[in-house]
Design a protein around this ligand. Structure first.
Ligand SMILES: N[C@@H](CCC(=O)N[C@@H](CS)C(=O)NCC(=O)O)C(=O)O
Length: 343
């Protein structure tokens, strides 16, 4: 009897487990939705040069924009199949949680709270940043430590606001924050003299300074007061889509490491290097594990380019921002950019 009961209990347990496996398998991944609608809905900023910004023709440009184009190239074979949804810092996480967007690619810092309690997953880091301050040159300041009692323009719903509070508390200084919703408003506030300093990610300072009527009237102070690893974000509980998001970025970084560019990619298809063959889907796991087309790596590199090309074009040496690679160089060139192998 006892044996029969144990058997019955284990049958019930096994069938319950089966039901729950079926339920999760039946839950549609964002990948299936994107394949069905033929478009990636990508949350970007309302406008931040170098990262996500509409150009004079109204086309979105920037490193975060190019990443979403790379996802579209990998999944749909066409980098143009992206719908860009501009979001303020405050709006971005709700837009992702609610399913309004498929992926958030908007200079967003990877933090514990966002990666856990908010129900989100960071796919990696596409730009290592840190927070700084910009001041009017006429103030004659040399260091952020001289900002005691200053008024500071800052954007709401950001890590910037939190780091600002930490920095002043730690250094026993006081400040008055002047808070705005968008970077355009923050710059206007700074220019019109509503604050002594503007604080944001260093990359943002480069970008916003260029937008000033007279960029030479402002300067960036030397202190970097935080770590801001920026990267694309997806919802938790959707491993298929999370994998696509991760490996799109990894493919771009690996392609730079192995010297594959948008210019030489067709020639590289005939390479004898096993790593290059696997990155381009000529050999190796191809698209099977990811559940996407076999030539996903080729499409990313052909249509968008490798990480270095994307960096140079949007924020680096071929862009108005002229940001040096610095810590965003590859791991074998003195930086932090390191992707797991494609095999
Ligand atoms: N990396 C920080 C800050 C992100 C942020 O939103 N920065 C502002 C200031 S540069 C911005 O990008 N604004 C663009 C916009 O207003 O849409 C975070 O994730 O909280």
């Amino acid at each position: 009897m006892a044996n029969k009961l144990t058997l019955l209990a284990s049958v019930i347990a096994a069938s319950t487990a089966l039901v729950s496996i079926n339920a999760s398998a039946a839950e549609e991944s964002t990948l299936d939705k994107v394949l069905a609608k033929g478009e990636v809905s990508c949350g970007v900023s309302t406008g931040l040069p170098g990262f996500s910004n509409p150009n004079a023709k109204g086309q979105w440009e920037g490193i975060d924009v190019d990443y979403c184009r790379a996802v579209a190239a990998a999944v749909l074979g066409d980098k143009n199949k992206v719908k860009f949804v501009p979001l303020t810092a405050k709006e971005r996480f709700t837009a992702l949680q609610s399913g309004e967007i498929d992926i958030l690619s908007r200079n967003t810092t990877w933090t514990l709270q966002r990666d856990t309690a908010l129900g989100l997953n960071f796919a990696g880091v596409n730009y290592y940043d840190g927070q700084g301050f910009m001041v009017k040159k006429s103030l004659g300041l040399k260091s952020a430590k001289e900002l005691d009692g200053a008024s500071i323009c800052v954007q709401s719903g950001t890590t910037t606001e939190l780091n600002l509070a930490d920095y002043f508390r730690k250094n026993g200084m006081s400040y008055k924050s002047v808070v705005f919703d968008t970077s355009a408003q923050t710059v206007k506030g700074f220019e019109s003299g509503r604050c002594d300093a503007l604080t944001t990610d260093q990359s943002g300072l480069y970008a916003l300074r260029l937008n000033l009527a007279d960029p030479s009237s402002a300067m960036v102070l030397p202190e970097i007061i935080s770590k801001e690893p920026l990267g694309p974000v997806v919802r938790q509980g959707d491993d298929k889509w999370f994998n696509v998001a991760k490996w799109t970025l990894f493919a771009q970084i690996n392609a730079e490491e192995y010297g594959i560019t948008s210019k030489n990619v067709d020639k590289m298809l005939k390479s004898n290097d096993p790593n290059i063959k696997r990155i381009l889907g000529v050999d190796g796991p191809k698209g099977s594990g990811l559940g996407i087309r076999d030539d996903w790596g080729y499409q990313i590199i052909k249509q968008v380019g490798n990480y270095g090309e994307m960096f140079d074009r949007t924020v680096g040496k071929d862009s108005p921002l002229q940001i040096a690679r610095g810590v965003n160089a590859l791991w074998n060139a003195g930086g932090f950019m390191y992707a797991p192998p494609i095999r």
